[in-house]
Design a protein around this ligand. Structure first.
Ligand code: G1P
Ligand code: ZN
Length: 543
């Protein structure tokens, strides 16, 4: 089988964002669009020839076609061994686990995470490196530079492979193995968590629901929660992956996982509820009548890590993205471990974990994870919680309230303004920066600004600098307002405003966050001149 060389011309919009290249499906369907990006990976990421490469995706519309294209191109480019998830499926965390376990040189993951799918929805592709994590910026920038000059790609003339059956195939010098997408991942989870204790908890009448949102975690949750842990069938809701996620928005938050939320907030709801997103790396944790913010969840997992076999020997350090609340910082302080503050996006955690500086990490955007892989991990977080619940035998609400009483509560909310005009959104950011000189010392009601900046990060491992990562306005007493523009949207610009205050008094910790934060929310809108600059008077999504 001789590779065919196809000539092509560059597209100018292939710069990867927070998490890979994301565009509308229709863009990816344009002739050569996907191929250009894939060839740019092969051209710029040296030493993939003869090596193992993992390929899989979240099952969204166009996933299968894209996988067949990538298989042909990988074989034409001399990849030695391809590991492809059956039916083209691999959750993002499972892909990371498979890369690490099989010593692959990297992986190509097809996903637009929590963005809607279907013919009019979004598609995405990202490259992960040998450590199992998203490629760092120097690699994504090299791929991008290559997309701007590419003039040919390599492929093979061969029929589609039968993706739905386990087995091995040969394409020229390349072997293609269709693997069980769940097995390696489930085995890793069994090694980390006390499955016996969780099984006992479930046998004792503890009830739970997991919402897979018609996305990739369905098969993983069926196998782990129902088959291995013995939860009754029906525990997993929306467990069959669909190319359009059943028309839903596969984002596990209070707005989009409505069915699950209503169940947990009903009179005879289950004790525990959780959901994951399109590609399985996000998680939402609920107790009966109780929502755990992702920032609190990270703090809580850190404080309780010793209850879990995989973390019994303690944790080296923690990391959180800059907009994530400061709740985990307080736990780290008490444990006497380092807490790192990184820019938004999982790729910044990789170096810290590789260097052994960090065991647990997380983001406010429903992402939590550990050094067991190099991606955030939805089901891992669910199992971590179940392990804690099995050990402590208290309700979710009791555990969280005790945590607040001990460490103080960080009231927290994120307000998203979606699909703004790019110029208006950039105008907001510029306007805020222009006030940097005069803000410190200014009083807004009972809040006094102590400092403000545009967050810049120097990686403590490789010294690389990432600047312009979001505007921070800090107030006396631990309150903060953070503004940043999303790097994952595909239409216009999304402005995210993260608002936080600190409440040490247990007597005042049970307020509704939107009420507790109302004065700061008002200040955030005023400082940014939102109505005048964007025409919006309310956010599109509140989490
Ligand atoms: C969003 C989240 C970020 C997360 C990313 C990928 O990025 O805010 O924390 O890492 O999705 O899941 P953003 O759109 O804010 O750039
Ligand atoms: Zn995701």
């Amino acid at each position: 089988m001789t590779p065919r060389t196809i000539s092509t011309r560059p597209f100018t919009d292939q710069r990867p964002g927070t998490s890979g290249l994301r565009k509308k499906v229709t863009r990816f369907q344009e002739p050569h669009y996907l191929e250009n990006f894939v060839q740019s990976i092969f051209d710029s990421v040296g030493k993939l020839q003869g090596e193992t490469l993992v390929v899989g995706g979240d099952g969204r519309y166009f996933n299968r076609e894209a996988i067949q294209t990538i298989i042909r191109m990988a074989a034409a480019n001399g990849i030695g061994h391809l590991l492809v998830g059956r039916a083209g499926l691999l959750s993002t965390p499972a892909a990371s686990a498979v890369i690490r376990k099989h010593g692959a040189a990297g992986g190509i993951i097809l996903s637009a995470s929590h963005n809607p799918g279907g013919p009019d929805g979004d598609f995405g592709i990202k490259f992960n490196t040998a450590n199992g994590g998203p490629a760092p910026e120097k690699i994504t920038e090299a791929i991008y530079r290559r997309t701007l000059e590419i003039d040919r790609y390599l492929t093979l003339d061969c029929p589609d492979l039968p993706l739905d059956h386990l087995g091995s195939h040969r394409l020229g010098e390349t072997t293609v193995e269709i693997i069980d997408p769940v097995a390696d991942y489930a085995q890793l989870m069994e090694a980390l968590f006390d499955f016996d204790a969780i099984r006992e908890l479930l046998q004792g009448g503890f009830t739970l629901r997991f919402d897979a949102m018609h996305a990739v975690t369905g098969p993983y949750a069926h196998e782990i929660l129902e088959n291995r842990l013995g939860a009754p069938s029906g525990t997993v809701m929306n467990g069959t992956p669909l190319p359009d996620f059943g028309g839903g928005h596969p984002d596990p938050n209070l707005a989009y996982a409505r069915e699950l939320v209503e169940l947990l907030f009903s009179d005879d709801g289950p004790d525990f509820g959780a959901a994951s997103d399109g590609d399985g790396d996000r998680n939402m944790i609920l107790g009966r009548n109780f929502f755990v913010t992702p920032s609190d969840s990270l703090a809580l997992l850190t404080a309780n890590a010793r209850l879990v076999p995989g973390y019994r020997n303690g944790i080296a350090g923690v990391a959180r993205s800059m907009p994530t609340s400061l709740a985990v910082d307080r736990v780290a302080e008490k444990l006497g471990i380092e807490c790192y503050e990184t820019p938004t996006g999982w790729k910044f955690f990789g170096n810290l974990m590789d260097a052994g500086k960090v065991t647990l990490c997380g983001e406010e955007s429903f992402g939590t994870g550990s050094n067991h892989i190099r991606e955030k991990d939805g089901l891992w977080a669910v199992l971590f919680w179940l392990n804690i619940l099995a050990a402590r035998r208290q309700s979710v609400a009791e555990i969280v309230r005790q945590h607040w009483a001990e460490y103080g509560r960080n009231f927290y909310t994120r307000h998203d303004y979606e699909e703004l005009e790019m110029a208006a959104a950039q105008g907001v950011m510029q306007h805020l920066e222009q006030q940097f000189a005069i803000l410190p010392g200014q009083q807004f009601g009972s809040f006094r600004v102590t400092s403000c900046d545009n967050f810049s990060y120097t990686d403590p491992v490789d010294g690389s600098v990432s600047s312009n990562q979001g505007i921070r306005i800090l107030f006396d007493g631990g309150s903060r307002i953070v503004y940043r523009l999303s790097g994952t949207g595909t239409v216009g610009a999304t402005l995210r405003i993260y608002i936080e205050s600190y409440e040490p008094d247990p007597g005042k910790q049970l307020q509704d966050p939107q009420e507790a934060l109302a004065p700061l929310i008002e200040i955030a809108g005023r400082l940014a001149e939102l109505p005048a600059r964007t025409g919006r008077t309310a956010p599109s999504v509140i989490t």
